[in-house]
Write a protein that binds this ligand. Structure first.
Ligand code: KG4
Ligand code: ZN
Length: 330
């Protein structure tokens, strides 16, 4: 069964064809990073207009690369939330149009669920249940218990900044550019985490908070004149990354132990962070799985994979599918 996936939730226009929820036949991602980096972050209206320009060429290429036509497809899966409303609208409307024209089933996908299903792509053996999922992206930091396909319990979330957002803001404070996660990881690789930054443990909860460590970094650069020296910038980046990674890894592993899950699943752009992966691999009593970096950040293959499991359960959408920018997984 072949599903066309479409994701326009944020600043990437992506289309992919996935066979049987696991095999990637194509996965096209048109990034807008060059456009938004001029502004130091995503400008929502610019993002949605850019999706309008790129959606048709991106979908066409995904079919060409997969070497198939519309009549070889079995469904169209599209992200309907969470994300930027104007961006989501482009993908959802486009998917509705082609579903109507082709008669193929339309499947609305929760973007967070998509990040989890990135772990079903090109993996042998497939993930097992129950699993604890840590989704860490530019917009989300969520701990989710997954008991089976489509069976989720939301255990915790960030109370302020998402982990990726904190990386992006920290990179801006350190003048390292956008997107911040890869920039901080790169700078930190030549630094030592010698500055003390706070960790918000929020004990007794599965929630997270990253605005304090970001503010502490801002105070640090002024007090220690960090920006005058690349070596001190590297140390500050390493200290910041260490603080965020320590909290994410410790709290996730503690929750996994308590719940007795069989596996920890990572997803979302921040799951591409190597120190986070290594720390979790080192400390976890249960196996950890994560997608390759290109499938951690936004892509439509994960949406198509999720669409396959939805269609297996008979969960398709009507033509009144609307975007929900603040969608959660409960
Ligand atoms: O999942 P994603 O592509 O988009 C959202 O759904 O938000 O995640 C993007 C986020 C950005 O905040 C980016 O800075 C962060 O993921 N990110 C990283 C790394 N690569 C991307 N954060 C830390 N380390 C990385 N290597
Ligand atoms: Zn995402």
């Amino acid at each position: 069964m072949k599903i066309l996936g479409i994701d326009t939730s944020c600043d990437e226009t992506s289309a992919a064809v996935v066979a049987d929820g696991t095999r990637i036949l194509s996965n096209i991602v048109a990034s807008q990073i060059d456009i938004h980096s001029r502004y130091g972050g995503i400008v929502p209206e610019v993002a949605s207009r850019q999706h309008l320009l790129t959606i048709i060429p991106v979908v066409k290429r995904s079919l060409e690369e997969a070497n198939i036509g519309w009549n070889n497809l079995n469904g169209i899966a599209v992200t309907f939330g969470p994300g930027l409303a104007g961006s989501l609208l482009v993908g959802v409307n486009f998917a509705k149009g082609i579903a109507l024209a082709s008669g193929l089933p339309l499947i609305g996908i929760n973007h967070l669920e998509g990040h989890i299903y990135a772990n079903w792509l090109e993996r042998e053996p497939l993930p097992v249940f129950p699993s604890l999922c840590l989704i860490v992206s530019g917009g989300h930091t969520n701990l989710i218990l997954m008991r089976g396909h489509g069976e989720f319990e939301h255990l915790g979330r960030t109370r302020d900044d998402a982990a990726g957002e904190a990386f992006d803001k920290a990179a801006r404070i350190l003048h390292l550019g956008y997107p911040g996660g890869p920039a901080i990881e790169e700078a930190a690789s030549s630094g030592t985490p010698r500055f003390t930054l706070p960790r918000a443990w929020l004990k007794g909860t599965n929630d997270f908070s990253f605005s304090g460590v970001k503010t502490a970094l801002w105070h640090l650069i002024h007090k220690e004149e960090i920006l005058n020296s690349p070596a001190r910038v590297a140390d500050a980046a390493a200290s910041f990354q260490n603080a965020v990674v320590e909290v994410l890894a410790t709290k996730t592993i503690e929750a996994a132990r308590k719940l007795g899950v069989r596996q920890i699943i990572l997803g979302g752009g921040v799951a591409a962070n190597k120190p986070l992966r290594y720390r979790m691999l080192d400390a976890s009593p249960v196996p950890i799985i994560f997608p390759p970096s290109v499938l951690c950040t936004d892509n439509a293959a994960m949406i198509a994979a999720c669409g396959y499991y939805k269609i297996q359960q008979g969960l398709t959408s009507d033509y009144d599918l609307d975007v929900v920018s603040g969608l959660s997984l409960d």
